[in-house]
Design a protein around this ligand. Structure first.
Ligand code: ASP
Length: 424
């Protein structure tokens, strides 16, 4: 590629490139639907999107491990770290509570469950029986574990097993923290080689992330084409569940455009416009992949380079957030519970509403950052409040686009917290 070509490519900002990728993907998807080319898209285009997601997943564990250790051994003392930990958890808890209360209020106010077409609903429910059975089974398995199981599960019994499984991110974070904090207590001269080593490794990993991000517009196009082609054009679900979807969309928009800007305004010096512009590519990634875990490398890249958050903060706050902070998901879960209860004609008591807030906030810790990661937890919340889990079948058909939206909110919430914790 000639120098002038390179410069030209550089002039198009990443978010515009990703947007173009999305639009091209949607067009390819619709053309494929029109020309009966669904198989072609599934065989020849969608796999490129999967390759892109795999690359992101591949880099996640080494990125978190190396940058977290580098971040910690760069700290001047342990106290600043424990302060950061406490602040992070407190903000995550608060934002999740806000999101759940917002979801509950929207659900109670807009009453989406009272406004559905009952005949279509019965048909929709029948379609997803086996899916619900599977989730119920998984939820029962999780419920059998004791109340402290989540704490137990944070400690790996073997670091190689933990590092070999992307869903065990918290275990890797635990080891990196333990390692980093231990290193901080050793005379600086002795760990000098370690500092140099992690510095070098960090640079290499960041360069790898940059290469993956170059692929983003193509990866996003392939994923969007696959999603559209996969969706067989059954829009009856959308008409039956329109108000439910609208309630979720409105609530998620309130989080993105009102709650987060307010928090940024109150607790940081970042300009809202700057923030929105910087975070946009991250939201696009989250939107197309429906996975906050797969988006993590991009979130870290943008939060550090564009928002200027320090590596110590970003490498702790963001991976922890991917696992335990899901504002969009929590808000959605609250609305889904209200919706299902309304469709089934059950009026929730105030105690049940409080229980929903408590359970949703606590269970957001265990929700994996993957597409549809919230279903098992949602099943648990439903049964704990006394609503039949079968109600889940009502909302599966329309879930993917809503998952895309709530994942975008999840990653935005993580970035906002990183900025606040860092004192930007
Ligand atoms: N897809 C979401 C995420 O990755 C989780 C969910 O809401 O199902 O953050």
């Amino acid at each position: 590629m000639s120098k002038s070509q390179k410069n030209k490519q550089k002039r198009i900002p990443l978010y515009v490139q990703i947007l173009i990728g999305m639009i091209v993907g949607v067009i390819i998807g619709f053309v494929a639907l029109g020309l009966n080319g669904i198989r072609f898209v599934q065989n020849w285009i969608y796999p490129w999107g999967q390759i892109f997601i795999r690359l992101l997943q591949l880099i996640a564990i080494p990125l978190v491990f190396i940058s977290l250790i580098k971040g910690i051994i760069g700290l001047k003392n342990i106290h600043s770290f424990s302060r950061m930990g406490g602040k992070t958890i407190a903000i995550y808890m608060c934002t999740t509570i806000i999101a759940v209360v917002l979801g509950l209020s929207a659900g109670l106010l807009m009453k989406p469950g009272k406004l559905v077409d009952k005949t279509q609903i019965a048909h929709i429910q029948e379609q997803y029986q086996s899916f619900v059975e599977e989730k119920k089974h998984l939820a029962e398995e999780q419920e059998e574990e004791g109340p402290l199981a989540f704490l137990e599960n944070i400690i790996p019994d073997n670091i190689f097993n933990a590092a070999g499984d992307n869903s065990k991110m918290l275990q890797v974070i635990f080891f990196a923290l333990f390692f980093g904090l231990a290193a901080l207590t050793i005379t600086p001269v002795k760990i000098e080689p370690l500092i140099v080593l992690f510095d070098g490794l960090n640079d290499v990993i960041i360069r790898m992330v940059d290469y993956i991000i170059y692929m983003a517009p193509y990866g996003v196009a392939a994923l969007m084409a696959g999603l559209i082609a996969d969706f067989n054009g059954d829009i009856s679900v959308f008409s039956a569940l329109g108000v439910y979807a609208l309630t979720i969309i409105v609530s998620l928009f309130i989080l993105i455009f009102c709650v987060y800007p307010l928090l940024l305004r109150l607790f940081t010096k970042i300009k809202i416009r700057e923030f929105m512009k910087s975070i946009y590519p991250v939201q696009m990634f989250a939107f197309t992949t429906s996975s906050s875990a797969a988006t993590l490398p991009v979130t870290m890249d943008v939060v550090e380079k564009k928002l200027g958050v320090s590596q110590e903060t970003a490498s702790f706050v963001l991976p922890v957030g991917t696992t335990i902070n899901m504002d969009g998901t929590s808000c959605y879960q609250a609305i889904a519970v209200i919706f299902i209860s309304q469709v089934l004609g059950m009026d929730l008591t105030v105690t049940q509403l409080f229980l929903i807030v408590a359970l949703t906030v606590l269970s957001s810790i265990g929700t994996p950052g993957i597409p549809g990661g919230s279903f098992v937890i949602l099943t648990m919340v439903l049964t704990s409040v006394g609503i039949p889990a079968e109600g889940l079948a009502l909302i599966i058909g329309i879930d993917r686009p809503l998952d895309m939206l709530r994942t975008s909110v999840n990653v935005t919430g993580d970035a906002v917290t990183a900025a606040i914790v860092d004192g930007k």
